[in-house]
Design a protein around this ligand. Structure first.
Ligand SMILES: [Zn+2]
Length: 93
């Protein structure tokens, strides 16, 4: 995949846990390697860049984080909740 064909990019950071942007999989920031694998294998992503980021927290401590950029040639559709999981309640029932 050419870099110029990347339509959508996702950033992953160590120490930052978040849900997968494309499905309901939880991504533990400590397992950035597994998160990268998930995006590559499950969602067709391409590893664009891996680097380190150094920052200081409010106490002045230096933190090192690994960041990864994952590119996608298409913007994957977000998976909507299954209709069966949505319950509408109407007043009066
Ligand atoms: Zn996912």
């Amino acid at each position: 995949m050419e870099a110029s064909s990347v339509k959508h990019t996702v950033q992953l950071f160590t120490h930052t846990s978040t849900g997968c942007p494309f499905c309901t999989t939880f991504q533990d920031g400590e397992k950035i390697d597994e998160n990268i694998n998930h995006l590559l294998q499950e969602h067709g992503g391409q590893l664009l860049h891996v680097g380190t980021e150094t920052s200081k927290n409010y106490e002045g401590e230096t933190h090192h984080a690994t960041l990864a950029l994952i590119g996608f040639s298409v913007v994957p559709e977000k998976r909507l909740p299954k209709p069966g999981n949505i319950r509408f309640s109407q007043s009066g029932e």
